[in-house]
Design a protein around this ligand. Structure first.
Ligand code: NAD
Length: 331
């Protein structure tokens, strides 16, 4: 199988190159993202492999179909960046449903602890021997309430960790897991009562801008908001208003509404044109990481293994357990 591998970073090659050789795949590593301009590079390939910020539009699906590319391999669990409806019957879409939910949950907790206790600012200060702790006062998490939106694999891993802090857990999920010993409440109640809100649901038409001006208005004063899920779950303007009015006490973002084309790239020599991102970056209680919740050795190894297993399954007509179909997303 000949695979056009878009958005390649040095860390992708560490796992994909040797494993690809073992499978006998011919992987063509491309630095550029997959978009309407670069899609033609997939010509003469059997499969295309993309990451989270490679948006695959209906137009691109048509191009793939016309070029005879039969498979779209996602190196991610989320598939909101692919027009699944357009792909139906034309290109087989396969994802990596689970690689390390703990990796993402642990990163969410790292964001929470950093935003809460300002360790990012303390690090900068003490390197310069500024040993003042003025402005770095946090809050105990012990016995506070954490609201978890989405109790799937990552949400559950997050709950386990937060229970270790002896936090009270409130959860919202349209499909509650009855085996979990947690209190499910309505989303309004969760938003109203939580000291920490952490987002772990997928991005869908229903969840886009789940956090908006209205939800911010009912949040507790000084709430900390964590998003390691997808940027568009939060309406950035509403978040900024909440932070500037000091209603929101802190935010940790591993994802951002307009991250495509910015995250994963070195933009340090350019003028940041996204004024909301630039504003967020100036706030002492806002911490942004570049969509790296998944980024552990264990998760990267698992992503490479499952992505190539998916390719192998197609090549050998095996059952496609990780296929994303229109039927699934309609349910
Ligand atoms: P999952 O499918 O196991 O769980 C998602 C949960 O969200 C399910 O229980 C589902 O019922 C629930 N849900 C669906 N609609 C909802 C709604 N309207 N409100 C509340 N909950 C809703 O997925 P997961 O593996 O736990 O991943 C969650 C999300 O994390 C993914 O969709 C992806 O966007 C994100 N993610 C981020 C990274 C990263 O590096 N930052 C890595 C992997 C996944």
């Amino acid at each position: 199988m000949r695979i056009a591998f878009y958005s390649t970073k040095p860390y992708d090659k560490i796992w994909f190159e040797p494993l690809g050789k073992e499978y006998g795949f011919d992987i063509h590593f491309l630095d550029m993202p997959c978009n309407e301009e670069t899609i033609t590079l997939a010509n003469n390939h059997d499969a295309v492999c993309v990451f989270v910020n490679d948006t695959i539009t209906a137009f691109m699906i048509e191009q793939l179909y016309d070029m005879g590319v039969k498979v779209l391999l996602l190196r991610s669990a989320g598939f909101n960046h692919v027009d699944i409806k357009a792909a139906e019957g034309k290109v087989i879409v396969l994802r990596v449903p689970s690689y390390s939910p703990e990796a993402v949950a642990e990163h969410a907790v790292a964001l929470l602890q950093t935003v809460n206790r300002f360790t990012h600012r303390a690090y900068i200060r003490t390197r310069d021997f500024n040993m003042s702790i003025n402005g770095l006062m946090g809050r105990d998490l012990h016995h506070k309430t954490a609201g978890i939106i989405g109790t799937g694999k990552i949400g559950q891993a997050m709950i386990k960790i937060l229970k270790g802090f002896q936090m009270r857990i409130l959860a919202y999920d349209p499909y509650p897991d009855k085996n979990l010993e947690i209190e499910y409440v309505s989303i309004e109640e969760l938003v109203k009562k939580s000291d920490v809100i952490s987002l772990h649901c997928p991005l869908t038409e229903k969840t886009k801008h789940l956090i908006n001006e209205e939800s911010v208005s009912i949040m507790k004063e000084d709430v900390i908001l964590i998003n390691t899920s997808r940027g568009e779950l939060i309406e950035t303007e509403a978040l900024l208003k909440g932070l500037l009015s000091e209603k929101i006490g802190g935010v940790g973002l591993d994802v951002y509404e307009e991250e495509e084309g910015i995250f994963y790239e070195d933009k340090s020599n350019e003028i940041m044109k996204d004024s909301n991102l630039a504003r967020l970056a100036t706030l002492p209680n806002a911490l942004i990481t570049s969509h790296m919740g998944f980024f552990t050795k264990e998760a990267m190894r698992a992503i490479a293994m499952v992505t190539l297993e998916n390719a192998y399954a197609v090549e050998n007509n095996l059952p496609l357990k990780n296929q994303v179909t229109l039927k699934q997303i309609m349910n």
